[in-house]
Structures are given as C-alpha cells and as structure tokens.
Design a protein around this ligand. Structure first.
Ligand code: ADP
Ligand code: MG
Length: 452
C-alpha cells in the first residue's frame, strides 16, 4: 500500500473516532500510528494468536497454585515490600471466587537461526492491558483509507472484545451491581477507557463508576461480604492502575486492594493473579519441565518454544555455546544479548546495552534479587511511515504483536466458560528505540496486512 501523500484523512479518522491522548500542553492530539500497515509473517501471526488462550489458561492455573507462588516468590516478598503487600492482600481472600481475565500476550517476530520468524514472548499482561479501543480505531482507519486498494487487513475489534468480556463475566457471575474502573490519578490514557465504559453502558446495559484506589479505600465499605462504593454494590473491580508501587500513594490505596479481596467483588485481576504476573514467575515458567506442572506435555512444548532464555543475576547460566557463568557475568560480557528488568510487573523500567552495564556495575549486591535478565529478542528491520502530531515520518522499524486474551473461570479448578483471543495491539517502533511507549510518540499503533 502506498502511503498517503497527505495524512489528513488518517488524522481526521483518528480524531473522529477517539484514538487520541492528552498532549503535554493539555490539548488533545491523535495517538501516533502507522500510515502503512505491516506485512507480517502469516505463521508468526497465527501462532501468536493461537498461543494467547494457552497463556491465559497457564497463568490462571499458576495463579491458583498457592504452593508455587509461595515457593517461587518467597525471597522476593522478603526483599520487596510491594510483593509482600500483594501477598497480604491475597491473604484477605474471603474464599474461592470466579476469575475474569482481560489479558494481552505480547510477542516479537523473532528471527530464528534458519531465517524463519517465530513468536517469542516479551511478556504476558494480566493487568490493565490498554489500547484495545485505540488499536481498533487504527485498524478501521487503515481499512477506510485503503478502501480502494484491495489490500486485506487482519480484522481488529479488540476494544469491542474487552467490553464484551467484562459484560460476559458480569452475566456469568449473576452480577447485579456496578463495574468499577480503578484509574490512576492524572491518567493520560483516559480516552481508551472512556470508550470501554461507554460500550458497557450503551451496548451491554450495565452501570459503571470510576474511582482512584485512594477513593475506594476511603469510601468503600463491606456489607455482609459485599463491596459498596458510594452506595453502589460493586460486582467487578476492573484495574487500570495498581501495577506499580507508585500507584499506591497512601495506605488508603492498599485498603482498597484488601477490601476488594475480602469482598464478593470479582477483581480483574486478583492479587494472586498479579503475583503470578511478575517477571520472576515468567522466568521460572520459561522451562518445559515447569510448564508441565500446569499444562499438557504438548502444550508445554508449544509454550516453551515461545520463550527466550532467562537468568537471575547471581545464578549460573549456560549459554547455547556452552559457556557457564553467573547471569550478571554473561550480561556484562554481552550486553547486547540481554535486557535487565525489574522482577515485578513493569512500566518501562528496563535497561539495555550501555545502561545495562552501568546499572549492573553500580548495583548494590542486595539489589540483585530485584532484577532478572532476559535474552534480547532479535528481529528483522522493515520500512514504515509513522504519523506523529499530524506529520508523516518515514522510519526503519521493529514491532511487537499482542493478542488480547479474555477468559472466565467459574471457580479455581473449573474449566473456562470462555477463553478467547480477540483483537490485537501491534506496536511498531523506530529501530533505535529499546522500549516503546506509544504515548511517548516513538512507538506507534499499527495494523497487520494479510497476504492476498
Ligand atoms: P513493561 O512491563 O514495562 O511493559 P516489557 O517487558 O513489556 O515491560 O518491556 C518493555 C519494552 O521493552 C517492550 O515492549 C519491548 O519493546 C522491550 N523489550 C522487553 N523485553 C525485550 C526483549 N527480551 N527483547 C527485546 N526487547 C524487549
Ligand atoms: Mg510491556
């Protein structure tokens, strides 16, 4: 597809349908997006999609396994107050509850030694998986702008699917209260959430409210085991915040977390799910033998194929060329082969290349438990054109594809009522960028072009 000479049509589509964000000035501007869809490898796309329900199921089982969580996170909880507080919240659980998931399985098209491309997972997001609505708008924009070209695009109604999952979960638990969206103070990614909320009200006939964690902590109350907020029964608490320590600005925020666990409200996600979503658990799961504890041998093999190497800083690690050293020594010897990550769920705090070396060298030994090392995923660079602030900018890029996975389990050991992959976030970024936050303008929303 040839990029449009003027991005005006694309720009107006995004503004008309709400793929927007607050700029620093406080004005509203469009989200960065591509002007040409990405010609993805079809096998990579199909496998990334197929892996998504398998990962949702895996993480559900991991989250229900108390022994596993306690064993694997025992050291971390002693060194890290955030993890400890999540365990404390989990301990408030009133009893077994249904589980509802709105996940996203982020993978990169990793270049294999034989020249083929295969998905390698960057991370599974089980909390606050954002940009579903905005991704759908970008897909629709590409379809509209390219309507006369005959180019086929991979359908993307991620936003609709996320709202549908909340509504289906609500019906499955026999909900009669509200869906409470928990949002950060000063949220910038607000428009995506606004569309979700509108769908819940208009398309599904549900009632919603928004609150910060502090507000819920201060004003929430338990009545006969049910959670009430400003007089409304809360059936589902849907977190769009709460994954980083900075989101808990006072004790009231933790009080909110505890109240939800203690009540009948279904938490998306629960504290136990958030514990399962730490990078430390991702590290442990990147091993076929461990995967077999939770899933069938054939699924374990398939999942393991999507994992890259991980190591702790102070654990011995043997590289594919047979060299055994501590993880940190491997990373110092080959900084471009590794990514240094905080052991809990993130928010753009990773270290690459020279920064990784600097961070490792200045690190106090007591801090080493707070990080893990993940093999850096290599991929082929391709040409694209991104639109930022209405301007078309050609760039050489790499990309990351995440299918949204939604699932509902009536009880801890029961089979899912639904477990589906529905829509995707394709986040393309300039090859010079290590991380890619869409709101920063270097990474941008993109759409998959299908072979005709
Ligand atoms: P967060 O929890 O902050 O989203 P991620 O693990 O998703 O953390 O990492 C953030 C970004 O860093 C990813 O979107 C990707 O662009 C880059 N990244 C993370 N891990 C790798 C990796 N192993 N190889 C290459 N890039 C990576
Ligand atoms: Mg991520």
């Amino acid at each position: 597809m040839t990029p449009h000479k003027s991005p005006k049509e694309a720009l107006e589509f995004l503004l008309a349908h709400g793929a927007v964000r607050y700029a620093e000035s406080g004005h509203v501007t469009h989200l960065p997006c591509s002007l040409v869809p990405w010609k993805g490898d079809p096998d990579f796309v199909a496998e990334t999609e197929a892996l998504t329900p398998l990962y949702s199921d895996l993480y559900h089982r991991v989250a229900q396994d108390d022994d596993f969580l306690h064993t694997e996170l025992d050291k971390a909880r002693r060194a890290d107050e955030f993890i400890e507080r999540l365990f404390q919240a989990k301990a408030k659980e009133s009893g077994p509850k249904p589980s509802l998931y709105l996940n996203r399985n982020d993978c990169m098209p990793a270049l294999q030694e034989d020249g083929t491309v295969w998905p390698k997972q960057v991370e599974m997001n089980l909390m606050a998986s954002a940009l579903g609505e905005a991704s759908s708008v970008v897909y629709r924009m590409h379809r509209f702008v390219g309507q006369h070209t005959g180019v086929g695009l991979k359908q993307n109604y991620a936003g609709r699917g996320l709202a549908q999952a909340l509504a289906d979960g609500y019906r499955a638990i026999g909900g009669s209260g509200i869906i409470l969206l928990l949002i950060p103070v000063g949220e910038v990614s607000v428009f995506d959430q606004r569309i979700t909320e509108t769908r819940l009200v208009e398309e599904h006939g549900l009632k919603t409210l928004r609150a910060s964690l502090e507000e819920l902590g201060e004003e929430g109350e338990l009545r006969d085991g049910d959670l009430y907020f400003r007089g409304h029964l809360v059936s589902i608490a849907y977190f769009r915040t709460g994954y980083a320590p900075t989101h808990y600005r006072s004790e009231a925020a933790w009080q909110a977390r505890n109240l939800i666990e203690e009540s009948s409200a279904v938490s998306v996600p629960s504290a136990r799910t958030q514990l399962a979503n730490t990078k430390l658990i991702q590290l442990v799961l990147a091993d076929k033998a461990v995967l077999e504890r939770f899933v069938s041998p054939s699924d374990a093999e398939r999942l393991a194929r999507s994992c890259v190497a991980f190591t702790k800083l102070d654990s011995p690690y043997t590289s594919p060329d047979g060299e055994t050293m501590l993880g940190r020594e491997h990373a110092l010897a080959h900084p471009d082969r590794w990514v240094l990550k905080p052991h809990r769920e993130g928010g753009g705090n990773n270290f690459f290349g020279e920064d990784l070396v600097r961070r490792l060298k200045e690190m106090d030994p007591s801090e080493s438990e707070a990080y893990i090392l993940m093999e850096k995923i290599g991929q082929s660079v391709f040409e694209s054109v991104r639109m930022v602030e209405g301007e078309a900018i050609p760039c050489r890029c790499v990309t990351e594809l995440g299918f949204y996975g939604t699932a509902f389990y009536p009880g801890p050991q029961e089979s899912p009522t639904f477990n589906r992959a529905d829509g995707y976030l394709l986040r393309t970024k300039d090859e010079s960028m290590d991380e890619g936050l869409v709101l920063g303008g270097f990474s941008f929303l993109d759409t998959i072009e299908l072979d005709q």
